[in-house]
Design a protein around this ligand. Structure first.
Ligand SMILES: Cc1cc2nc3c(=O)[nH]c(=O)nc-3n(C[C@H](O)[C@H](O)[C@H](O)COP(=O)(O)OP(=O)(O)OC[C@H]3O[C@@H](n4cnc5c(N)ncnc54)[C@H](O)[C@@H]3O)c2cc1C
Length: 392
């Protein structure tokens, strides 16, 4: 293998570069990214960088000279628009073809849109540094922000904006935030936490219409109530960025379908990060994980697979979220839990365990960092539910 192309220039990609070089690959690497910027970190975009205004040089994943030192040719501001897996080339916007021996798909995801509801006026999303810069400009103390969707990103934006002195409302279709992922009891902790910090939560509320008036937007809910908004943000989830693979023969089903070693259905093509769906042997389950650490680990793992290693990518997922003074940490998997036990709860902290098939498989620790490592170990070792819930 002499030529590797990586499409998507972000977290999974830089870790794939590192994985290739660390493991002895000496051939060419070309990194194709749709955004004009060098790869940067996204978690601060809904937190500190939204509050203070994003400064790209503080967010960069690697120093600018790192790419040259790694022998990486950068092709930024250029989207891949097609892939020919027989001829082994990537088609770029403008028609240019890039040949490869090995290809890493690391195109992440893009925010779901509100569809036709968005056509009336500006609705912000947060995925890129440009998105955060545009929203930051609008977050003026005293203004009213309406966030559509109480997922993790929506709640982080709400917390950041509230901390900046805005009047904040969150509209959520479900009766409790995060209930689909964490269940009612754990989700209620987030509801109480946001209410206690002055966020107006409209749960069980369906967005019906957005109207633009000279003084701002009017958010009409299905129950007839209306919220006035100076700024509107949609935080309704992410879709894997796979459109450019249409017709390529690479199997896609809510993400790029991979085998346990992150190989796709096409020879010489692997995938990593938010875009990849693979079978995680630790949970005996197919999953796609939109989390920072997963992108780091999968980038390295996909590189190894491209170099011929056959090990499966077996991981206990981990993510964090910061909302007001809550340091939220989650290890494992929450979805599909048959039982959830809230072990410890209070205004400032909470621990909830998630189990299935009589084994522990997930743990939520809010302001309880010391328990995290213990539960991570228990999940990795597939400890029985009874044993895991007895201790701690
Ligand atoms: C606002 C925000 C806050 C977050 N906070 C947290 C957090 O607190 N904790 C946590 O664990 N995780 C968090 N995450 C998730 C974490 O940032 C992602 O899991 C991680 O960025 C995924 O990396 P990736 O490389 O797979 O994809 P991405 O970072 O999405 O990068 C994919 C890149 O591919 C590019 N691309 C897409 N299509 C094409 C194409 N056709 N051609 C060329 N390039 C293309 C995109 O422009 C993008 O630059 C957050 C994400 C966001 C957006």
């Amino acid at each position: 293998m002499n030529r590797v192309v990586i499409v998507g220039a972000s977290l999974a990609a830089v870790n794939a570069v590192e994985g290739l070089r660390k493991n002895g690959y000496q051939g060419e690497i070309e990194l194709v990214g749709a955004e004009p910027d060098l790869p940067y970190d996204r978690p601060p975009l809904s937190k500190e960088a939204l509050r203070a205004g994003p400064e790209l040089d503080k967010l960069l994943l690697r120093e600018p000279d790192w790419y040259g030192a790694q022998g990486v040719e950068l092709r930024l501001g250029t989207a891949a628009v097609g892939l020919d897996t027989r001829a082994r080339h990537v088609v770029l916007a403008g028609g240019r073809e890039l040949s490869y021996d090995g290809l890493v798909i690391a195109t992440g995801g893009s925010p779901r849109s509100l569809g036709s509801l968005e056509e009336v006026g500006p609705v912000h999303v947060i995925r890129s540094v440009a998105d955060t810069a545009a929203l930051h400009e609008q977050l003026v103390p005293g203004r009213h922000l309406v966030v559509i969707g109480a997922g993790f990103i929506g709640l982080e934006v709400a917390a950041t904006a509230r901390g900046m002195g805005l009047d904040v409302s969150v509209v959520e279709r479900a009766p409790v935030p995060l209930t689909r992922v964490l269940g009612d009891e754990a989700g209620s902790w987030f509801k109480d936490h946001h209410l206690a910090n002055g966020v107006n939560l409209h749960c069980g509320s369906v967005l019906d219409q957005i109207e633009v008036t000279p003084g701002g937007s009017r958010i009409r809910l299905a129950d007839g109530s209306v919220l006035a908004a100076d700024v509107v943000v949609a935080g309704i989830g992410v879709l894997p960025a796979t459109g450019w693979l249409d017709g390529s023969g690479v199997r896609v089903s809510d993400g790029v379908v991979c085998d346990p070693s992150l190989r796709t259905s096409a020879p010489g093509v692997v995938a990593a990060g938010d875009v990849a769906r693979w079978h995680n042997p630790l949970f005996d389950e197919t999953m796609r994980v939109e989390q920072w650490r997963n992108a780091v680990e999968q980038g390295g793992r996909a590189a190894l697979s491209l170099l011929g290693d056959n090990d499966a990518f077996a991981t206990v997922p981990y993510f964090w979220s910061d909302q007001f003074d809550a340091k939220v940490r989650f290890v494992g998997v929450a979805g599909g839990a048959e039982r959830i036990q809230v072990k410890q709860t209070g205004d400032a902290s909470m621990v909830a365990l998630f189990g299935r098939h009589d084994k522990i498989r997930g743990a939520l620790c809010i302001n309880a960092p010391r328990l995290l490592a213990r539960y991570q170990k228990a999940i990795r070792e597939q400890v029985a539910w009874g044993e895991a819930t007895e201790t701690g």
